[in-house]
Design a protein around this ligand. Structure first.
Ligand code: NAD
Length: 284
């Protein structure tokens, strides 16, 4: 049995993804609790949400005022505030031990019928749930970046996830006007298993001098009808995020997932893409 009536959603992690998930949930009339480890990080999540809501309002795509949506979100640094939540979504950094600790807290704090979802990009849902008493209520709800704009959500089914939990995951995504597809709990699921080698190959093609950055991106955009070429997309995702995902896939799946040399060097240099103003391209 899982709780089907969802009024209040708890989101752990107020970074890029957590703030986006909180925003989309509040936009769709859910009450939200947004949690991070320090109040400054919660505040920074709220700034991201407010900026995004203002941009969407200026394009005329919001049905309510940004302030009305914003007021549905409470901030906290204490996960105990999730005791009243009907669903919890974890979006903390991509580290198995950190996520396991967060899920231990969620299991302690949330009622036993509350579904606990993770936004992990590459980690195993089964591993994340492995120390819990009730792993059957854990599922992957893999939102795409930027959450307010991207329509797709990948539902990732762990070894012990029950049908009731899977149904709830699809239903809540539909309530958020997202479209889902399902993946088994295998490294990188559908999206990152295919996307990460594509990005790494784009970087190698550039590093080997096959073509300029602009021509690599143009070739893939015009030649295969994707909205962004691999170098531009890597900058948007964050080169550190791409490297971390590639290393996890390399560990699990072997040589064909080896991260590109230049990806590692750029991350070491602190050129992480759009968020630091420089990756493969420069940003204002
Ligand atoms: N960035 C992307 O494009 C993207 C896309 C899909 C999925 N994801 C996944 O989403 C998750 C979050 O990624 P992100 O890009 O938002 O990361 P981020 O670094 O922007 O945000 C993570 C936040 O989690 C907070 N945090 C860490 N430990 C915490 C804890 N114990 N309790 C509460 N908060 C804690 C950090 O302080 C930080 O604010 C990761 O699992 C990532 O793989 C990322």
């Amino acid at each position: 049995m899982v709780r089907e009536r969802i009024d209040r959603i708890g989101v752990v992690g107020a970074g890029t993804m957590g703030s986006g998930i909180a925003q989309v949930a509040a936009t769709h009339d859910f009450d939200v609790v947004l949690c991070d480890v320090e109040s400054e990080l919660v505040e920074s999540g709220f700034e991201t949400i407010e900026d995004s809501l203002e941009r969407l309002a200026s394009k005329g795509v919001l049905e309510e005022k940004p302030e009305t949506i914003r007021e549905r979100i409470d901030g906290t640094t204490d996960v105990d505030a999730f005791s009243e939540c009907d669903l919890a979504i974890e979006a903390v950094l991509e580290d198995l031990e950190v996520k396991k600790d967060v899920f231990a807290d969620l299991e302690r704090v949330c009622d036993s019928d509350v579904v606990l979802a993770t936004n992990t990009s590459t980690l195993s849902i089964t591993s994340i749930a492995s120390d819990l008493d009730r792993p059957e209520r854990v599922i992957g709800l893999h939102f795409m970046n930027p959450v307010p704009l991207m329509e797709g959500v990948e539902v990732v089914v762990g070894e012990r996830t029950t049908d009731a939990t899977i149904d709830l995951a699809h239903e809540i995504a539909a309530d958020l006007e997202k479209t889902t597809w399902e993946s088994d709990d295998k490294p990188g699921f559908v999206t990152n298993r295919i996307l990460m080698p594509w990005i790494n190959e784009g970087i190698r093609v550039y590093d080997e001098g096959v073509a300029s950055k602009a021509d690599i991106d143009a070739g893939m955009e015009l030649g295969t009808n994707v909205p962004m070429g691999p170098l531009t997309l890597a900058d948007h995702i964050g080169l550190d995020v791409c490297l971390h995902a590639s290393e996890t896939l390399y560990e699990e799946l072997g040589d064909r997932y080896k991260p590109a040399y230049l990806l590692k060097r750029k991350v070491e240099a602190g050129d992480l893409g759009k968020k630091t103003g420089r990756g493969f391209y420069e940003y204002e």
